[in-house]
Ligand binder design. Sequence first.
Ligand SMILES: [Zn+2]
Length: 289
Amino acid sequence: MTDEHYKWMRKAVDLAVQSISEPGRDDPPPAVGAVIVKDGIEVASAFRGQCAAGNHAEKCAIESAGERDLSGAVVYTTLEPCSRRNAPKVACAQRLIDQGVGTVYIGLYDPNPKIYREGWKMLRDAGISLRDFPADLRNELREINAAFLNQYRSNGKASGSATFDYVHSPIFTIGEPPVVIDTKWSHAASGVIHAYSERGQIALARYAESLDEIDDPSAMDFNPDKHSVTANEGNIIIFRGPRENIYAIVKVEQVLSLDRGDDRNEVAFTYEIRTINIKGPLDGLSEQE
Ligand SMILES: [Zn+2]
């Protein structure tokens, strides 16, 4: 990532902060900034609501560019371009495709599970190169957009703890129907344990020390080639459920092992289930004009 790109992403984040909420709206809107650059020169930029109340930043930036040719341009937008609008409105992803832009840098993906990554897919399928903002700017965007993001989180939150013999009963089911996640465990060493799930459904939240430190469990690296992680006492493991919007965040509290001189084989952990809220019809979406 060159400094040049970072500079424009930084500018997009600073623009996002200036977003103007439309009056009479009850759900928290996102703060969005967008910058369009061609041949190293800024062509246009905008924040949400700059052109008119509720206007999307990308739409406003494209309109600000007027008649200028945006083919091959690089677009830096702090939120994934929207993928669907109620006719006759045109989705921002489609507008960018129509303009023939070459590359789009995306800050946050839309947290609405119904449209999450759809904008990315539309752009990808149109042959546009896609890049993500770096983690430091994404973290900043999460703070700026906390209310917007939280409306899709923490519903169905459930928590608990478990202590069991992982040799005699290696499978432990977290949660209650219909929200259940199967976890599997096996011995590694004293104070260390292997945890298993389906491929691509498990990740280690490295360096996190408490369940509260996990903002978005889906942000972890769920490597599709991996079906296990190795955890020390104190480590936090994320299990993704059979549905993409359900996660179990598990903190390994203690691992005992007969092999290593303990008096029993036992794992103890605390956990929290996070169900990402699924909103209703498209009309209720967060990013409206
Ligand atoms: Zn849009």
